[in-house]
Structures are given as C-alpha cells and as structure tokens.
Design a protein around this ligand. Structure first.
Ligand code: COA
Length: 261
C-alpha cells in the first residue's frame, strides 16, 4: 500500500491502522490527505481481509490539528461550500462504514481533526490529547460535519459553548462529556487499548456489527424511521448463517466461529 503520500496503511491481524502522516504540520488535513482517506476507506468497504479500522496520527503531539489552514485561506464562497461538502462526504464514508472504526487520539484533535475523530464509531484518547473546534478564531465554522456530530455527541449547550469559545479541552474533560469513550493513561497504551477493543468487536458477527452502525446512524437521519430500520435489520440478521452459528454455539457451550455470512 505504498501509493499514499500523506497517510500510512498497515494491516495487522485483520485490523487496518490508518495513520495520518504529516507530523511536521501537526498532521493537518490538506485536500490531498482527505482524498487519500477516501481511497483508503473505499478499500476498507471492499477488502475482505480488513475487519476493522483504527485511525490515528503520526508522532507524539498531534492526532490531527485541523484542516490545512494554508489551503483554507484561499477559499471563496463557491469553492468553500464544495470544500465542506467534499469533506462531509468522506467523513460520512467513515461514519457509515459497516466495519468498526476506532479513533486512537494521540494528541491534538482540533477542528477537522476533532471532526475526523467524531466521524469514527468509537474514540479512545491518550491522556495528553486535546480537543477543540477553534474555527471561529479563523472566521469560519466547522465544515466537515462538526456542528452536527458534536451536538449529537455532547448535547446542544456544551456543543454551542465549545464551538463559540473555540476552547480546547483535555482528554479527561472530553471523556466526562461523552466526546471520547475511554482515556488511555499513556501514549504507549493507546494503540494496544484500541486493538484489544477492536479484536473483541471483530470476533462478533460482522453483519450484525454493520447493522448496529446503520441503526445507530438512523437516529440522526431525518425522515428515517429508526425503529423500522431496527426491525428490518433484526429480521435480516435472522436469515444469516452467523445467527445460526451464534445461537448454536451458545446452546452447545462453545465459542462461535462467525464467517460474516
Ligand atoms: N494547518 C496548517 N498548518 C498547521 C496546522 C493547520 N491546521 N496546525 C499546525 N500547523 C503547522 C504550523 O503552521 C507549524 O508549521 P511550520 O513549522 O511550518 O511553521 C507546524 O504545524 C507546527 O505547529 P506549531 O504551531 O509550531 O506547534 P505548537 O506546538 O506551537 O502548537 C497547535 C500546536 C496545534 C496548538 C497549533 O499548531 C495550532 O493552533 N494549530 C491550528 C489549530 C486550528 O486552528 N485548527 C483548526 C483549523 S480549521
């Protein structure tokens, strides 16, 4: 997978570790990096060898310190809207992925970096991580889904405060708000903690995991009846081989061997 300039991809025991790799720019997301993330996630959708994904940042300081401000500075109304829609589209690819996606937040997760983390299904941070949506300091607003996903994750009042003040918060505060699921004490523990959780998830029935993603996302899809989506998905689960295997394994007191069928 050597065709990428701004990200590294390594597959290890069914887990793709996607590392944003621009440490001299605090892993800021330029447009080329966003396109590489799109290409990588298309591969995740199609590649049966990949069972789950961890998104992280290179180096000890930053997960991703935002969209690349040197590119943003040149935007006008027309291409600014397109810039936002394009990032939203790529991050929706992450959010809607039928395979589990964890963010391993190893440092600054600001602006587009916080938005990238929020597009992932589960967030685990190291204790040095810092979170914030400081866009108003630049005269813009979060444009990669952040106004929506932060409000969904932490509620309107706190989201308003964070987006209006642009304040940075600690990993522990982010955890207390529900913005991150867990905090790993040291950076060394971060990836192993993520890998352990992801191995637990990918040992479950893969089709059921994909349906958890679509049902949870249905809550936030205007016009979609999430309860109906749930009932339809439940029905679909009942016709899978994995359902037969999971229930049989329980009754036979053995570990199930799911095949994603
Ligand atoms: N876009 C472009 N370049 C960025 C960047 C971004 N979002 N964030 C950091 N960089 C660059 C800096 O310009 C600097 O480049 P240089 O060495 O060529 O001058 C390099 O990364 C290191 O950053 P620096 O600011 O020197 O590190 P620091 O440790 O003093 O501060 C931050 C770290 C993250 C607090 C600070 O870089 C920052 O505030 N970044 C912008 C955050 C932001 O507003 N993000 C939202 C964008 S929409």
């Amino acid at each position: 997978m050597g065709e990428f300039e701004n990200i590294d991809l390594v597959v290890k025991e069914g887990i793709l570790i996607l590392t944003i790799n621009r440490p001299d720019k605090m892993n800021a997301l330029n447009v080329a990096t966003v396109e590489e993330i799109r290409t990588a996630f298309r591969r995740v959708y199609d590649d049966n060898e990949i069972k789950g994904v961890i998104v992280t940042g290179e180096g000890p300081k930053a997960f991703v310190a935002g969209a690349d401000i040197s590119e943003i500075a040149a935007l006008n109304e027309m291409n600014g809207r397109k810039f936002s829609e394009n990032g939203q589209e790529v991050f929706a690819l992450i959010e809607n992925c039928h395979k589990p996606v964890l963010a391993a937040i190893n440092g600054y997760a600001l602006g587009g970096g916080c938005e990238l983390a929020m597009a992932c299904h589960i967030r685990i941070a190291s204790s040095n991580a810092k979170f914030g949506l400081p866009e108003v300091s630049l005269g813009i607003i979060p444009g990669y889904g952040g106004t929506q996903r932060l409000t969904q994750l932490v509620g309107k009042g706190k989201a308003m405060e964070l987006m209006m003040t642009g304040d940075m918060i600690s990993a522990e505060e982010a955890r207390s708000l529900g913005l991150v699921n867990h905090v790993a004490t040291t950076q060394d523990e971060l990836l192993p903690t993520c890998e352990a959780m992801l191995h637990k998830i990918i040992a479950k029935a893969p089709l059921a995991i994909g349906m958890v993603v679509s049902c949870a996302n249905a809550v936030y899809t205007p016009g979609e009846n999430g309860f109906q989506t749930e009932a339809n998905s439940f029905g679909s689960c009942c016709k899978t081989e994995d359902f037969k295997e999971g229930t049989a394994a329980f009754l036979e007191k053995r570990t199930p061997n799911f095949k994603g069928e």
